[in-house]
Design a protein around this ligand. Sequence first.
Ligand code: GTP
Ligand code: MG
Length: 820
Amino acid sequence: MEQMDECCSTQLIDGDGSFNVEGLARFSKAVKLAECGLSYAVVSIMGPQSSGKSTLLNHLFRTNFREMDAFRGRQVATSSFADSMSQTTKGIWMAKCADIEPCTLVMDLEGTDGRERGEDDTAFEKQSALFALAVSDIVLINMWCHDIGREQAANKPLLKTVFQVMMRLFSPRKTTLLFVIRDKTRTPLENLEPVLREDIQKIWDNVPKPQAHKDTPLSEFFNVEVTALNSYEEKEEQFKEQVAALRQRFYHSIAPGGLAGDRRAVVPASGFSFSAQQIWKIIKENKDLDLPAHKVMVATVRCEEIANEKFAQLVENEEWCELEEAAQSGLVSGFGKKLSLILEECLSEYDMEAIYFEESVRNAKRQNLETRLLQLIQPAYHSVLGHLRSKTLDDFKDAFEKALKGGEAFAVASHDCTQSFIAEFGKGCADVAIKQANWDATKVRDKLHRDIEAHVDSVRAAKLSEITATYEGKLNKALAEPVESLLDAASNETWPSIRNLLQRETKTAVSGFTGALSGFDINDSTLDEMVANLERYARSVVETKAREEAGRVLIRMKDRFATLFSRDSDSMPRVWTGKEDIRGITKAARTASLKLLSVMAVLRLEEDADSIENTLALALVDTNNKKVTSVDPLASSTWEEVSAEKTLITPVQCKSLWRQFKTETEYSVSQAIAAQEANKRNNNWMPPPWAILALVVLGFNEFMTLLRNPLWLLVIFVGFLLVKALWVQLDISGEFRNGALPGLLSLSTKFLPTVMNLLKKLAEEGQTPTAPAPQRQAPLESNYGDSTQVNSDSASSNITSTENGVEHSSSLRQRQVQMN
Ligand SMILES: Nc1nc2c(ncn2[C@@H]2O[C@H](COP(=O)(O)OP(=O)(O)OP(=O)(O)O)[C@@H](O)[C@H]2O)c(=O)[nH]1
Ligand SMILES: [Mg+2]
């Protein structure tokens, strides 16, 4: 029973020719065939029916193939009932030989003499013979001793068949044909063997051969061996001894010099099952059997299977799964090494299993497997590489910032940091690299390089703009206010001073600026451009300021006029006593204001001389020359010799500004004149001194009379009161201010009603002094809301009174003068 288990006898192909795939798989597994590699041999037996084949195999290899019962067998062969019994072995059976090294598989074939199965079955005989020849290393040919040299020998058709089908194998396996002569007679084997070999040769010669094998000797296809056994039935003891001796020949049969030492085209044991199946399929389809091609095919299929198996194993591999997961989330230390090891293991397992298959196929499939494995792991590799890149970039940013904060020059810091971190990345790449892949990380490194450069550029740009802003701010501070004050004090020296200031400040700023940029390793042309930009900025500050001031020129002019007009050279407020030369003062003030206009009219950052001041003076102040020049020099929107960019106020604008300026300052002048005349008049209303003297001399008698008579004094006093009342009521001094005739006319019309009115009031109120010039308050009330606070002399331009404190105060002073 133990033996039965050990040999695992299985029907490989049944009597109908169907292949027992599952049975073979079970068999292979049971005998651990796949582990054998190339160290296995296949033996099969052919021969006439009931020639004791199964008996021989069972004795030789300790198998348990079915044998015919010795007492029923051939004697009842003719009866149809006995048919099934006489043909014991159906189809092809397979078993493993017990205790023979290397692993030897044995196949027991159905008997072949054709007598029992009829014509149709010949096909099966041929097919099974071809199958046995294609698969086996050693074929035992069982034959009766008495058939040797016989014309009608039972094994002749069998041999013919063997040789014929052998031709269909494109390349022979150099199978060993071991002729086992059964029931040997007394004739010694030495005599029998040559006869048998001759028979075999004859059959070989008579077999029709394809052109390629026309002259191929039998020995090219087969090793022919002969052995003889005594009858098992009659001389069992001798039979067993001989079988035991024969068994010895099967030990190490595949070793050189062994029974199957010459065999070729061996299919690795793990491919045996598939190979046998495919061979049977091809035989059944009656196709030619190309053994080398078949071997390649088997190798292809098997290697593919092994590769798939290994690939699936790696996909499931726990270590790999962990690595893959870790790669998604971050950098994995020793990634390359670990993964390389996993791959190496997987590939070496493949190598071990596929080692006996066709080398070219094996290698191709290995390459394919490797490619697939690498494809599988590539995303993880790239992910790790990506993490490495971003980490290196972050580290670079930190280190770079630290280096800059530490006071390192920008160019040096950027160069050093870039170098060291690219090198760091290189090291990291080596750690990530997969030994089998040889993947190029250059692209990623280039990307990192680009990222680093972009970062450096952005930091540089930020720093540069910071520095530029700092120096622009400094320039702004150094230029804006001084320029404003210089322009305010417009004089001949204004623009030279501004130019000096601009030059000086620009120089200072540029030297500081270039110093600050020295660490940035900026090329000369860029540096020049940046310096030029800074210089342009400085000019733009001045220009902006000048334009701003030009926009306020009218206020400035009026301011200046008011200052010069209402204050004397000691900055003391003027008192219009009547002695002042108002015309002269006005002209001087206007000239000074015109000077301001001419200074403000054009931007003079270059030392270009221009005649604007003259032009303005001629056109606006020197009215004497006006008749000489028929064309108005200010009727233009551009100045001669001055470009439009440098023009701050165009000639036309100058003209209109001047007109406005004059209009708004005229009032002050007329007020001054009026104040002066009033002052003069206030001082002149007393009669001249000679008249007073004549009055004293001529009226001396009358005066004495009055002194002597107090009544006259009373009459004179009352009369004085009346005249005084009339004087005040009629505003005699006011009426005569505009001339004697208009005063007389006015008085004559008002005299009578006034006297009447006076007499009427006199009784009620008596004499009340009134504020001077009530008539002149009326128009002022419309200009100013509060007529009680501001009198006529305080009136000035609406514009200037609100904006110009100086002018306003000068008006007040005029008022004070008048009141005095
Ligand atoms: N004369 C003789 N008979 C033998 C010998 N060995 C076995 N037999 C007998 O031959 C008969 C057939 O034996 P098997 O071993 O079944 O023969 P087989 O060739 O396997 O027959 P099939 O499988 O039907 O083709 C049995 O009755 C055996 O006893 C032998 O050496 N000489
Ligand atoms: Mg048998």
